[in-house]
Every structure is written in C-alpha cells, then in structure tokens.
Write a protein that binds this ligand. Structure first.
Ligand SMILES: [Mn+2]
Length: 321
C-alpha cells in the first residue's frame, strides 16, 4: 500500500483554488470521492469547483453535496491545479477533456490497474480497493478535518467499489479506513439502505425482463443477459437502473463469465463482462473488440450492431479462449 506522494500533498497545501474531476457516468466511488474531496478542501479553507457534466443519477443523489456539482466550467485560468479522482483513462473525463487536460499541474489519484498515467502528478495504487480509501489517507496527510458528510461520502465510495467488502480487492486497509469513518458517525446500515434498498418499481420490472433473457452456454460456464430499447420503453426504467444487474448471472455457481448486452437509444450495443478468478481475462477479450477494463471486469461498445450478432461474435471468442 503506497503513501500519498509528498509532492501532491505539497501542491495541494499551496493551492487556493482547485478543480476536481472524476469519470463520466460516475459510480459510487467516483461521486463519493469527489464530493468528499470537496468537503475536505472546504475544511482547509480552499476554493474549489466540482465538475460533473451529467445530472447525478437518482441512485446516488442521496450523497450530501451532490447538488453543488456543476457542468459549466468556470474560467480555467482561475485554478492552481486539477485533481482527477478514480479516472484511469483521460477519455473518461468527458466532453471537456481537452480543456481540463491543459490545466497544470494535473494531479491524478486513482486505483485502476490499467491506468493510462495522463497528467503531471500521479498517485495510482492498484492495491487500493477504492479511490475513497485513498482520499481518506490524503485528507489525513493534509491535516484536514473530516466532516460527517465527507466520512459518509467516503464510506459510500468504499462500500460501492468493494461490493460491500466482498471483492478480492478488500484488504485490512479497507477495513481500517472504513472503521475510522464509522468512528466519525457513519452508520453502515444507513449507507447500505440508501445504496441497495433505494430502487424504483420500474427498475424491478426491468430486472424481471432482463432476468428472463438469461442464456447459458458452455455447460452454464457462460451466462448472457440483455436489455433492449423496448424493455426501457415498456418499463419506464433508465440506463442508470441497470447498474449491478450483471451481478445476477455472475452469482450462479457454475458461471465463470457473465455478460450483459445493453441496447441504447442511439443504436449502440454496450457490453459488460465479468469473470471470476484467473481463468478468463475479460480485459483481454474486451480489448479484442476495442474496449478495455480489468481482468475480472471489462467492457466494450459496438455502434450500429444488433444484440444477436454481437452475442454470436463474442460467444465464438469466449468458446475458443
Ligand atoms: Mn473506483
């Protein structure tokens, strides 16, 4: 487990106005880390801007402070530095990528194994289960007060990225940080309730249809599920509602690789892949289709295709792998 680089601590101590970014379609770790970092900067008496180009999904809008996220970037000359959290690839910075990359120094704090190391100063630790865990250590290194709101956001980040402390990335360090956050008043039951018992009936209806699409291949070692544009129309559910659906086929004991095919309105098929253990490196498979990710979690997109043809092509690759 690496320490916070002193160069980054020094830079942040001296900065007075900081732009804070994360990746597009932010998950719990991305948003939790970004919002907590805003709280930490505010405790240090610094000015900051939390950039987010989309409205926060209803799944995460319980996070304190998410209303301060803004899509209209102020004059970038005002900032002393940029901090990008949980973003392993600059293309995931979104529509303002080129502008924000021009701000120096560009500080990157992340835990993705395949991080592309863009920007000027890096703290990348793939042994960390979440960026939230790293932001906690950064706050301590900066001597910042960790408010209840910051602790709540960081705890949410950690629970999200560890699948409630279930994934193999979970370490004693994860529990150490989580324990410190609980000691600051965060109630694990409250976070779990907001994260996992907070869905709409539309989502449940969509889930029923998606589970009905289950297909098993190769003696049930491969599981496919899919969602079509029609299912979204019929249920009124949204793309955000499909987050974590892939865990259902993945949860089958026989399954090594679970795949979720999503048809979006603009005729793009997005494919998410999950594998267990070391038998199948889904990052490698996704790369073959122009995508990427981690060994056990990856994805790719295919514009102008039909789910059926993407399935056939992918199955061929999975069966010969
Ligand atoms: Mn993360």
């Amino acid at each position: 487990m690496s320490e916070v680089p002193s160069q980054i601590v020094q830079k942040l101590r001296n900065a007075s106005n900081i732009l804070v970014l994360t990746h597009v379609y932010p998950d719990g770790d991305a948003l939790g880390s970004q919002l907590a970092f805003g709280e930490i900067l505010s405790a240090l008496g610094k000015k900051f801007f939390l950039f987010g180009e989309e409205k926060v999904s209803y799944i995460y809008d319980f996070l304190p402070g998410c209303e301060v996220l803004g899509a209209d970037l102020p004059d970038l000359a005002e900032f002393d530095c940029v901090v990008a959290l949980d973003c392993g690839d600059c293309h995931r910075l979104g529509r303002k990528m080129a502008e924000v990359l021009a701000v120096t120094p560009f500080i990157m704090i992340d835990h993705h194994a395949g991080n592309k190391l863009f920007g000027d100063m890096h703290w990348v630790d793939s042994k960390r289960a979440s960026t939230g865990e790293m932001v906690y250590d950064l706050a301590i290194a900066l001597g910042a007060e960790i408010s209840y709101a910051a602790a709540f956001c960081l705890y949410t980040a950690i629970v999200s990225d560890t699948g409630s402390f279930k994934y193999s990335s979970t370490t004693a360090g994860t529990f150490r940080v989580a324990g410190e956050l609980v000691a600051r008043g965060v109630m694990p039951s409250e976070v779990a309730g907001k994260l996992f018992d907070n869905f709409t009936v539309n989502r449940l209806r969509l889930l029923r249809m998606v589970l009905d699409s289950l297909e098993l291949h190769d003696k049930a070692r491969i599981a496919f599920i899919s969602v079509t544009a029609e299912m979204f129309n019929e249920t009124g559910a949204t793309q955000a509602d499909t987050e974590s659906f892939i865990n259902y086929p993945r949860s089958l004991s026989s399954v090594n690789v679970a795949v979720f095919f999503k048809e979006s309105a603009n005729n793009i098929i997005s494919v998410s892949l999950r594998s267990k253990g070391t038998e199948c490196d889904v990052a490698e498979i996704a790369a073959g289709f122009g995508g990427g990710g981690h060994r056990n979690a990856a994805g790719f997109k295919m514009p102008g295709a039909k789910i059926a043809e993407v399935k056939t092509r992918l199955l061929k690759v999975l069966l010969t792998d």
